[in-house]
Design a protein around this ligand. Structure first.
Ligand code: MN9
Length: 301
């Protein structure tokens, strides 16, 4: 396959699955984007995965999603790598968002398989082939556990052979499959998806990680990844355990509303989530405040 894209190594590393801030009235709060982007870049992350699950993509119109892609690219101003999640049910909607990402200067696009309808495996694979053929950007398949429709492990391995597919965002506990992706195509860029298993994913060969909690503890995971790369697994494990103390609380209060609340407690307004996500309560905030203290102590130590 001579027209096959060679995956760029600078797409490896820790990527924040950036939250999308909404104002109290539910409107997109694009004014909050520059401070959020600057804060997270200061933590040393490689870049942003914009408009994915964490970005509440499926609670937004296509116009809003495109506007947010543009706002993040403007705020980032070439200082980091940017991956646009353009997944949608309709292939045409993915293409429209993909074109917005191309115009805004994104480095890669990514997409969840077409969902809701029982699309056949061939239909889902054809969807990715169309995105690859029509959009002049590297493509990262988003493998999200139960939400991949009928795509099998073999289908995902087959998609890794597509000329424009350079990698997989692997939000799955199946780390054997992650290792099979790397064995099948060693130069591919494979991202660990569950933050609470980041160490395990990196140990099994992931090139990086994309996650929700890197919005507010990206620095911890940058340190964790560096420790793994240097073979300091005891240190990496201690960092993962600290992170997981926080993630357990987040799962209790709701990962996305909890992430925005953590950012607020740290001094960065990330707005609210859209319903049906719940609003955090004072009791939630009190629990999360103990997590902020834990992270501060870890950063100091
Ligand atoms: O892709 C995220 N997964 C989802 C990454 O959004 C479904 C993760 O970062 C999780 O939010 C995180 C908490 O379970 O690992």
């Amino acid at each position: 396959m001579s027209d096959r894209l060679v995956p760029r190594r600078d797409l490896a590393g820790i990527f924040s699955a950036l939250v999308t801030p909404f104002a109290a009235d539910g409107a997109l709060a694009l004014d909050l984007v520059p401070a959020l982007v600057n804060r997270q870049l200061a933590q040393g992350i490689a870049g942003f995965y914009v408009g994915g699950s964490t970005g509440e993509a499926f609670l937004q119109s296509l116009d809003e999603r495109a506007a947010f892609l543009r706002a993040v690219a403007k705020a980032a101003a070439g200082r980091c790598r940017l991956i646009a999640h353009v997944g949608a049910v309709a292939t045409a909607d993915c293409l429209a968002l993909g074109r917005a990402a191309v115009e805004a200067g994104y480095d890669a696009i990514s997409a969840i398989p077409p969902f809701y309808y029982d699309f056949s495996r061939d239909e889902a694979k054809a969807h990715y082939r169309t995105l690859g053929a029509e959009l002049p950007l590297p493509l990262i398949v988003y493998n999200f556990g139960g939400r991949v429709g009928r795509l099998t492990s073999e289908d995902l391995l087959e998609l890794l052979d597509e000329p424009r597919v350079i990698g997989v965002k692997h939000t799955s506990q199946d780390l054997h499959l992650l290792e099979r992706f790397k064995r099948h195509r060693p130069e591919a860029v494979i991202y660990n998806g569950y933050d609470e298993m980041c160490l395990a994913g990196l140990a099994m060969g992931a090139d990086g990680a994309i996650g929700t909690t890197y919005n507010f503890m990206g620095d911890l995971f940058v340190r964790l990844a560096a420790a793994v790369a240097a073979g300091r697994l005891t240190e990496a494990r201690a960092l993962q355990v600290t992170a997981n103390r926080v993630i357990d609380v987040l799962i209790e209060v709701g990962v996305f509303p909890g992430t925005k609340a953590m950012l607020a407690l740290m001094g960065f307004d990330a707005g609210t989530c859209r319903p049906p996500f719940r609003a955090v309560t004072d009791a939630d905030r009190a629990k999360l405040a103990t997590c902020v203290d834990l992270l501060r102590a870890t950063a100091a130590g």
